[in-house]
Design a protein around this ligand. Structure first.
Ligand SMILES: C=C(O[C@@H]1C=C(C(=O)O)C=C[C@H]1O)C(=O)O
Length: 94
């Protein structure tokens, strides 16, 4: 098998993937910053860590955004379900 590391087309694609990954991580950091504030606020006002109605609406929204962007809605939903679970866990630790 040829050494994939020297394939210039593969290297160029991976460079673009790294740029997208960095942006995704930056946006995740921004989102976690906001949800951390929500966690503190909820604790202060005595609201439940989890809001299933809000989660349902978000999943509906991101599934639609995914479909509009030609991305499999199930993949996006799985990602968000995992994200929401993590956020709720963090809220319960506040
Ligand atoms: C951040 C919130 O808390 C939880 C986490 C959510 C999220 O990560 O978007 C959404 C709903 C809640 O279960 C919220 O209520 O807005």
């Amino acid at each position: 098998m040829r050494n994939s590391i020297t394939n210039p087309q593969l290297l160029a694609l991976r460079e673009q993937i790294d740029i997208v990954d960095a942006e995704l991580v930056r946006l995740l950091g921004q989102r976690f910053g906001l949800t951390a504030q929500v966690g503190v606020l909820k604790k202060e006002v005595g609201l439940d860590a989890r809001d299933p109605d809000r989660e349902r609406l978000q999943i509906e929204k991101v599934r639609k955004l995914a479909a509009d962007s030609g991305v499999d809605p199930d993949i996006v939903e799985n990602f968000f379900q995992s994200l929401l679970k993590t956020v709720v866990q963090k809220h319960r630790e506040v």
